[in-house]
Design a protein around this ligand. Sequence first.
Ligand code: PLP
Length: 282
Amino acid sequence: TIYFIDGQFTERDGLKISIDDRGYYFGDGVYEVIKVYGGKLYTAKEHINRLFQSASKIKIAIPYEETQFMEIANELISTNKILDGHIYIQVTRGSSPRTHHFPQPAVTPVVSAYAVSNPRPVAAIENGVSVKTVEDVRWLRCDIKSLNLLGNVLAKQEAHEAGCTEALLHRNGLVMEGSSSNMFGVKNGKVYTHPVTNLILNGITRQVVLALCKDLGISVDEKPFTLDEAFEMDEFFLTSTTSEITPITSIDGSKVGSGQPGPLTVKLQKAFALQIPSFIMG
Ligand code: PLP
């Protein structure tokens, strides 16, 4: 496997990460996950753009251009012969002896990336998954795709221990998102999801789904809904780069609708599958 770090492609043995890396000390960095379908990048520009936005929000100046990230990603795909999988890109503020404030003078950010093969989660996409409600105790800048994922990790673990695939995060009684996904409910043919604020990550898949709803004439309300309302939805689904559109068939053990993936969810899944590179889903 060939990795990318600090401007170079290298075997795993050649990877050197400093103990003083601020990503390691503080989670002081940002990242992206870009899906690869049939050897082709999917919505890569949107992800790279969000990487720059996240970095800028925490005052990291990434020493690369968008086109360089595209080249790095494509090189990782071809040298590692990736068909279905994803690219992980991470940028930390850099390496400097441990102090909370930024290094002065500034150090060069550490940029690393790699590609992995992993098949689409077909069973979950077709059959749906269960979620557990978990209180959202994360910070107030969830719009930043930061390496600081402790709140997300603890929420996912709580869901996992309950035998669920994802945590349904709620704050002040309102549904926010998942620990690594965005959440959508469907009631009487209308799609509901949390609006873009500092309290959620504006998922690229979320944006694709909202565009598909528009194309299909499905009405959408980007308005927070309550946890109580979540239990009353006809359908529920989550979105993320790797999970695509995954139906949610139970919340805290209680069935959503019939307990089967809902018709509008399936319609969106079909429309989604049609626009990914090298259409594979039946
Ligand atoms: N929300 C959170 C907290 C995430 O970590 C992610 C992705 O991992 C998402 C939403 C979904 O975003 P995307 O569709 O861009 O993968």
